[in-house]
Design a binder for this molecule. Structure first.
Ligand SMILES: Cc1cc2nc3c(=O)[nH]c(=O)nc-3n(C[C@H](O)[C@H](O)[C@H](O)COP(=O)(O)OP(=O)(O)OC[C@H]3O[C@@H](n4cnc5c(N)ncnc54)[C@H](O)[C@@H]3O)c2cc1C
Length: 358
């Protein structure tokens, strides 16, 4: 069986981002890479969005960028500007196509469907396949979204809605998220932050239909695309083995309080590429530890006081919008962290801090 210098397990967002980073920086001219990916065809399956807090290689896969957004509670709305950090949405279909076309040019890169098809003995492995234990106490961000096309123009495509909490909460945290791509096309998602033990909140189809028809008051529309996902708001076990590094969600690249992962994956890919010549001795790459700590407290408050969370998110944006964006994108400094912390309700956060290790 064939041997390779590098093996990437999982050709999804993290696996392909890493392969692209290595290929475009000429790290695969004299090295071989195998990518293990079971899917038979690549097509749009996810919509990745984030505030662009640093440059990345995928501006040509951006479906739409926005300079303003809103956040709603019942009877209250905040309109906010993000001129300094555009909010971008990447179409995963374009991303897969761009990367796969590039990788095809290098005969040192091969794709396999099954890991048993190659010999792993002398390879360095980058693994993006996550294994989770079934702990019922884990909190997930789970969601379902549809891209709709309306008959008449309905949306203001210059502003997206980050969180609309004007909906049933069911003792969890629930909001709708709307990305208007054109005046008559938008992605509408129902999103929950909760444990996975309550099946009554998983009737996503009804939630979406009800929101579109009775809240947005759109009757005449068709669904062009659907996506569903569950992002773990806890870290999978991520032990640095001698010949293996975990990447992507499996490598702890998800920011726990937000689920944002895409840009962290890009940063991790760059870090690996910079250290590829000494990869066996390279230290693990992590999201800054202060965010681990702050997010742990945040999720504790969320677990104990879900009813407070719509106000917590809303009031967070009383701080300067740039500061909140930097905080949510792990790019804030100490003073910026402090200005966010001061916007939080004191008692639940102090209680959560005291019980951080429970
Ligand atoms: C629907 C959805 C929307 C999201 N939206 C956002 C967003 O807006 N912003 C953001 O920052 N993050 C978002 N995320 C979170 C995160 O960015 C994505 O989950 C991202 O795809 C994570 O990349 P990954 O490579 O870790 O996992 P994936 O992209 O899921 O890649 C894993 C790959 O492994 C393959 N695989 C599975 N089993 C095996 C196996 N046994 N052997 C080999 N390969 C295997 C899979 O087919 C897949 O291609 C979203 C997640 C989902 C699910």
């Amino acid at each position: 069986m064939k041997e390779f210098d590098f093996v990437i397990i999982g050709g999804g967002c993290a696996g392909l981002s890493l392969a692209y980073e290595l290929e475009t920086h000429k790290k695969l001219e004299n090295k071989t890479l195998a990518i293990i990916e079971p899917r038979f065809e690549y097509r749009r399956d996810k919509t990745w969005s984030f505030w662009k807090v640093f440059p990345h290689s995928f501006d040509d896969c951006v479906k739409k960028s926005w300079k303003s957004f809103s956040i709603n509670l019942p009877y209250k709305t905040k309109h906010l500007g993000c001129d300094n950090f555009l909010y971008q949405t990447i179409d995963s279909g374009l991303f897969y196509e761009k990367i796969n076309n590039k990788l095809k040019e290098n005969k040192n890169i091969s794709f396999f469907k099954n890991i048993n098809d190659i010999n792993l003995d002398n390879a360095f492995i980058f693994n993006s396949v996550s294994y989770f234990n079934n702990d019922k106490n884990n909190i997930w961000q789970h969601f379902f979204g549809v891209e709709i096309e309306t008959k008449n123009n309905y949306f203001d495509e210059s502003i997206f809605n980050l969180m609309d909490f004007d909906c049933e909460q069911k003792n969890s945290v629930h909001f709708f998220y709307t990305l208007p791509f054109e005046k008559n096309i938008a992605l509408v998602e129902t999103t929950w932050l909760s444990k996975m033990d309550d099946n009554s909140i998983k009737d996503y189809d009804n939630q979406i239909k009800n929101y579109i028809e009775n809240h947005l008051k759109i009757k005449d529309y068709k669904i062009n695309y659907k996506e569903e996902g569950a992002i773990p708001l806890f870290y999978p076990s991520n032990i640095r083995e001698k010949n293996k590094i975990n990447i992507g969600t499996a490598g702890g690249m998800t920011r726990l309080s937000t689920g944002y992962t895409f840009l962290n994956i890009q940063q991790h890919s760059k870090y690996i590429r910079e250290n590829i010549d000494n990869i066996y001795n390279t230290k693990i790459f992590e999201i800054d530890k202060k965010y681990h700590f702050l997010d742990k407290i945040f999720l504790k408050v969320l677990e104990k006081n879900p009813e407070k969370m719509p106000n917590v998110f809303y009031n967070m944006f009383n701080a300067s919008t740039d500061t909140v964006i930097k905080f949510l994108s792990n790019k804030s400094n100490f003073l910026e962290d402090l200005s966010i912390i001061l916007k939080m309700p004191k008692l639940p956060f102090i209680k959560a801090l005291l019980k951080i290790n429970d």
